[in-house]
Design a protein around this ligand. Structure first.
Ligand code: IVH
Length: 671
């Protein structure tokens, strides 16, 4: 295109279209076009701007990332102070707040409240002049903050230009900038891969990203934003009479507001909201640390006023902290079933995320190195939702002089066999095999477990006792136990001894797949074991298979094939397998199923949501092994949808199309 006038018209149109899509995506949460189409529009705009640089509008969506500023961040004095919030740490403290509000307002009934998630990020003030974003500042000390305009311009959900017909002369919006959890996880994974420190939590990550002097770096961090109040606005804008309506005014100007915001009639409504959000918390795509409860009527807010630096009309009701400080007392090493040695942090007990934590896994030596952790250090423990507690970081300023390093092990702490760490692997392994008490005990526990040989009554505790009393040195010794021996153990009566003996006896009748799985071969899970059994049909064929043969099996790659080969090449394992079969373990002969016998042949399934007892990948393999096809989206050709927890649009669509819906018990029944 060479005609400047036409180019100008097209540029303007593209800017308008892209801004509209941004608004739909970030504010309404209703994208209208696929991402690829959006990217295409953006590229078209960039192309035009490249060809006609004189057409570049500084507020064009393509101009979010500008040049580096020459110096650091300038100071900004807030037009109205940016306040903070008082905290309620529990329901009683909130009830006291409600009582104070009622007294001050001279009410007999509770007032209306607006509840919002308390976003765990950083407060920001955004100033729009004639609809254009001209300044963004941090809260700082509440009076003076830092000018972070260039960085804030890179945040896609913050409009550079307000929308609507009646744009005020000036408008200040306030809200929270935060890092979505998915971005945080990616960032930390990347740090882990690069062997660098990463951030302890999304809040620190957001802060670190905003304080970058190069906006291009901030842009990469994909921060997000929700508005939670207005600041100073010019007189030509008539602000509404309630907080909710004011938020909706901001939303109409194109500023995103959390869809979790809700108005409730009274204090009980606030408590219900708090409960609801707490349950929802682990599914939200961003971190929140509580609920902010605000009096909804602006008149009442004004009547209540402020105390020092916080309003009397709002309170933050906090969730129990997910991060606490404690001391690292020691690092122990645990030996697992396959010999993998895991360092475990022994901690001074600390209440975090609703539970008392005294241990946390340190994963492996790389993690210890990455954290730079020493025994005696003060550490930050993090437990979010149901996630296992993690050591998030070390507080270096509190390191005592006698802090001692955690050394890599040379010997297994249980059996003193040499420890190996394979080239390129982070995991240390005990080479002791069955000599190692820890490996043996874990292997027996696995062998007896429900999905393996399913020996009823042989729980972990009893295995520990058998092991301590040296009653079992090999798995196959289980089948030599007598009722008298068992009854001799403290707190084991004759009846339970007899029951256990008959459970051991009936476990002898099993399937090849279960037997293979119960051997605890590295990376051979239930599904792989089943695939191996269905492919080779008998144990001898598996034992004799070459690496290539093994790799023919679905789900078996070179690593698993090598683990299988190594396992069956080991003379101790060979003897053990023989002894087990000698003891009477048997299974029915597997007949190769012809295609016609595959019960799900020709049927297409879709899996959605979170399954509790099986991973999505394993569920897929299971269905496919019975002849089914597994597709990614629901259509009229779908035979059935298997829906787990949190199933979303696929479930809705399946319902609309009248497709059969199963829960995961359908998969279990296929066994
Ligand atoms: S209102 C006068 N609403 O919490 C009221 N703050 O502890 C000022 N925050 O500095 C804040 N989510 O950074 C408000 N929905 C929300 C919030 C929220 C997070 C942060 C904000 C503030 C801090 C106060």
């Amino acid at each position: 295109m060479s005609d400047l006038k036409a180019a100008k018209a097209q540029t303007l149109e593209l800017i308008q279209v892209i801004d509209e899509h941004n608004y739909r995506y970030y504010v309404l949460d209703e994208p209208q076009i696929p991402d690829a189409e959006y990217d295409r529009l953006m590229r078209e705009l960039q192309q035009l701007e490249k060809q006609f640089p004189e057409l570049i509008d500084p507020d064009s969506p393509s101009q979010r990332v500008g040049a580096k500023p020459d110096q650091g961040f300038a100071e900004v004095t807030h037009q109205l102070p940016m306040l903070s919030l008082d905290n309620a740490m529990n329901a009683d403290e909130f009830i006291a707040f409600n009582r104070r509000v009622k007294e001050r307002l001279d009410l007999t009934q509770d007032c209306e409240y607006i509840c919002e998630p308390k976003l765990d990020g950083l407060a920001v003030s955004l100033i729009y002049n004639k609809g254009l974003l001209i300044k963004a500042a941090t809260r700082g000390d509440g009076t003076t903050g830092e000018d972070i305009t260039l960085n804030v311009r890179t945040i896609q959900s913050i409009p550079l230009k307000l929308r609507g017909k009646k744009i005020p002369e000036s408008l200040e919006a306030r809200g929270e900038i935060f890092m979505p959890l998915s971005v945080f996880d990616d960032l930390n994974q990347q740090a882990k891969n690069e062997g660098t420190k990463g951030f302890a939590n999304p809040r620190n990550a957001a802060a670190g990203s905003l304080r970058q002097l190069d906006p291009a770096i901030t842009a990469k961090r994909k921060l997000s934003f929700y508005a939670y109040s207005t600041g100073l606005v010019s007189e030509d804008l008539q602000l509404a009479d309630t907080h909710l309506e004011r938020l909706m005014q901001l939303q109409d100007f194109g500023l995103p507001v959390s869809s979790e915001v809700a108005v409730v009639a009274n204090s009980q409504g606030v408590i219900d909201y708090y409960q609801k959000i707490q349950d929802k918390r682990q599914y939200l795509p961003f971190e929140i640390d509580g609920v902010v409860c605000k009096v909804n009527e602006i008149k009442q807010q004004e009547q209540l006023g402020f105390v020092s630096r916080a309003p009397r009309w709002a309170i933050a009701i906090k969730f129990p902290a997910q991060e606490e400080m404690t001391k690292l007392l020691d690092v122990d090493f645990q030996v697992g079933r396959t010999g993998a040695i895991t360092p475990v942090a022994r901690l001074e007990p600390v209440f975090v995320g609703g539970v008392t934590v005294s241990n946390a896994t340190l994963h492996n030596m790389d993690e210890i190195e990455r954290l730079g952790i020493k025994i005696g250090d003060t550490v930050i423990i993090r437990r979010a939702g149901d996630v296992i507690p993690q050591v998030a970081s070390v507080v270096l300023s509190k390191r005592p002089e006698d802090a001692s390093s955690v050394n890599e092990l040379k010997e297994c702490p249980v059996c003193s066999s040499p420890v190996e760490r394979a080239e390129g692997e982070a995991v240390m392994r005990c080479t002791g095999g069955f000599i190692c008490d820890a490996q043996r005990t874990q292997a027996i526990k696995h062998f007896a477990s429900r999905k393996a040989m399913d020996i009823d009554g042989l729980g972990d505790k009893l295995v520990d006792i058998f092991s301590e009393l040296k009653m079992i040195k090999h798995i196959s010794d289980l089948y030599q136990l007598t009722a008298e021996q068992i009854a001799g153990i403290e707190r084991m009566g004759e009846k339970s001894a007899n029951n256990l003996i008959s459970a051991i006896e009936s476990s002898k009748s099993t399937s090849l797949a279960k037997f293979l799985y119960s051997l605890g071969i590295r990376e051979v899970g239930e599904v792989t074991a089943k695939n191996l059994a269905n492919h080779f049909l008998n144990l001898d064929a598996i034992r004799a298979a070459s690496l290539q043969d093994l790799e023919m099996v679905e789900d078996v790659g070179p690593i698993v094939a090598q683990h299988l080969k190594t396992f069956f090449a080991n003379p101790d394992n060979q003897a053990e397998v023989e002894a087990l079969i000698e003891a009477g373990i048997h299974w029915p002969k597997i007949e190769k199923k012809s295609d016609d016998e595959l019960p799900l042949k020709g049927k297409t399934f879709v899996i959605t949501g979170t399954l509790e007892n099986i991973s999505r990948a394993d569920a897929k393999i299971k269905l496919e092994s019975l002849g089914a096809k597994v597709a990614g989206s629901v259509s009229k050709n779908t035979f059935a949808l298997i829906a787990g927890e949190k199933a979303g649009s696929k479930l809705t669509k399946a319902k609309d199309l009248g497709i059969t819906i199963y829960d995961e018990s359908f998969l279990i029944k296929l066994d």
